[in-house]
Ligand binder design. Structure first.
Ligand code: GLN
Length: 503
């Protein structure tokens, strides 16, 4: 194949392993692609100026006979929430403009050690607050399927980079849907692992009890391969699980061969309100379920009565944790400082935070500070924590009956840039099916389920598994993906009218 950017990470890795392709060639192809299309897409905030040197080093080591990891030489895009020593890390905020970290996030260090080639840092809503990337201080990312539409958020840059063939793989973070909802609206795959399965060390914290780092890719196998690299215990993260994990790539390959669907019990949530779901999203969801059923899966209705309160509970818990996490941006230790001649330390702090934070960040800091304040703590934060427990119990009860739960990954396809920016509640409701997964700490994966009839835009189906059953999601996800791709006669993205043509 002449165009290396069209290969999946697994395909590229096997050509690199045989020596048919060099990492320098693969990296150059992706840098060229970025140069050609990122002016329109704006997936990247920073493109590495030494990716080719890193690639050359991998090629040299391979030539010397060194045994390298499965993904060695494969380019990788990195969400700007993850700190890196060799590229600025802003988390989409002005307050961190130009910030260079003294250390790499653990997932970045592991990716480097495995020989992946960091291509650059991807755009995101400021501090990962949003569902559209419109809250980035550096301008929005555009959906490659239709440049007038949002690429999802907060990790819209990572998803758009992968969908636009600017990178075969990307890292994201997911606090309430930021990997899965962008995957849904861009026709890509996004996985939020079990809470604690992947290190959060060096992921600029939004809400520490909800944040998880995970992969974004064009196939389930590619996500599994990247998860194998980044996952596992990290002593630098106090919430990191000490489990020994199976190979997720093996699970995905088993799934792709059709293992695991016969007799699989797939739960659908009775109480999931049908209203609010775009007709084409519901139709695509039902069609995907029918395909699974035809292959021997059993669709079982389960009850999760508290699922629908997830968004309300989340918007107390998240702002509370975020207001505390963001207190460290105090004009002294990190990033920008606005001088106030003759002013006190507090004046400088206030002026810096006023100039450095965008409206959505301020909104959530105010909300969180209020929810945590004396006299309101029990009524707001305390109640939200109780709802969180009820949602966890709903999942426990459901998983006593089924192997996985399926939902549409989000209620609508990609909306138009600007459409919801002035209506925070509508923006928040886009995460109605992803947020409960973070509240329960369980894993969830979004894979493309098709195109919505009314607008021709991608739709995703989300599978949810019990905590620690990430491998089950890769097996089921790959099995469903194989069926769906077969039914379309090829991957959706290969036939997408990307960037107004097939370029
Ligand atoms: N869209 C959600 C929010 O605005 C989720 C963000 C995320 O997962 N980081 O909080």
């Amino acid at each position: 194949m002449s165009d290396l950017t069209r290969l999946t990470a697994a395909e590229l890795a096997s050509r690199l392993a045989t020596g048919e392709v060099s990492s320098v060639e693969a990296t150059r192809a992706h840098l060229d692609r970025i140069a050609a299309v990122d002016g329109d897409v704006h997936a990247f905030l920073h493109v590495s100026d030494h990716a080719l040197d890193v690639a050359a080093d991998i090629d040299r080591r391979r030539a010397e006979g060194e045994v390298l990891g499965d993904l060695a030489g494969v380019p990788l895009a990195i969400k700007d929430v993850l700190v890196t020593t060799d590229m600025p890390s802003t988390s989409g905020s002005k307050i961190l403009e130009g910030f260079l970290s003294p250390y790499d996030a653990t997932v970045v260090a592991r990716a480097r050690a495995a020989g992946l080639i960091p291509l650059g840092k991807t755009n995101m809503d400021e501090f990962a607050m949003g569902s559209s990337t419109e809250h980035s201080a550096y301008g929005p990312t555009h959906n490659p399927w239709d440049l007038t539409r949002i690429p999802g958020g907060s990790g819209g840059g990572s998803a758009a980079a992968v969908a636009a063939f600017e990178a075969p793989l990307a890292l994201g973070s997911d606090t309430g849907g930021s990997i899965r909802q962008p995957a849904h609206v861009t026709g890509t795959v996004g996985m939020k692992p079990t809470y604690g399965a992947v290190s959060r060390f060096g992921a600029i914290a939004l809400a520490s009890s909800l944040d998880q780092v995970g992969p974004v890719s064009r196939t389930v196998l590619d996500s599994a391969l990247l998860h194998d690299v980044i996952g596992g215990h990290d002593p630098h993260d106090a919430t990191s699980l000490t489990d020994t994990w199976p190979s997720f790539a093996v699970a995905a390959r088993e799934g792709a061969r059709g293992a695991g669907l016969k007799g699989l019990k797939v739960g659908v949530i009775r109480e999931l309100p049908d209203s609010g779901f775009q007709a084409g999203v519901s139709a695509s969801f039902r069609a995907a379920l029918a395909l699974l059923e035809a292959q021997g899966a059993e669709i079982v209705e389960v009850s999760a009565p508290h699922f629908e309160y997830g968004v309300a509970a989340y918007y107390l818990i998240l702002p509370a944790e975020a207001s505390s996490n963001l207190a460290k941006f105090d004009s002294v230790r990190f990033g920008m400082r606005v001088d106030v001649p003759g002013g006190t330390v507090e004046d400088v702090m206030a002026a810096t935070r006023d100039a450095g934070f965008g409206d959505e960040v301020k909104r959530r800091i105010i909300l969180g500070t209020y929810a945590l304040s004396a006299g309101y703590y029990d009524a707001y934060y305390g109640s939200a924590q109780k709802v969180r427990t009820l949602i966890q119990r709903d999942f426990d009860a459901a998983f006593a009956q089924v192997d996985v739960i399926a939902t549409p990954s989000a209620p609508t396809t990609a909306f138009t840039l600007g459409e919801k920016i002035d209506d925070p509640l509508q923006m928040y409701l886009n995460d109605v099916t992803t947020i409960p997964v973070n509240l329960a700490g369980v894993p969830g994966i979004s894979i493309p389920s098709g195109l919505a009839e009314e607008d021709g835009l991608p739709v995703g189906i989300q599978f949810i598994a019990p905590a620690r059953e990430d491998a089950r999601l890769y097996r089921v996800g790959a099995a469903a993906e194989a069926l769906l791709v077969d039914s379309w006669g090829g991957p959706l993205l290969d036939r997408a009218p990307l960037l107004g043509g097939n370029r």
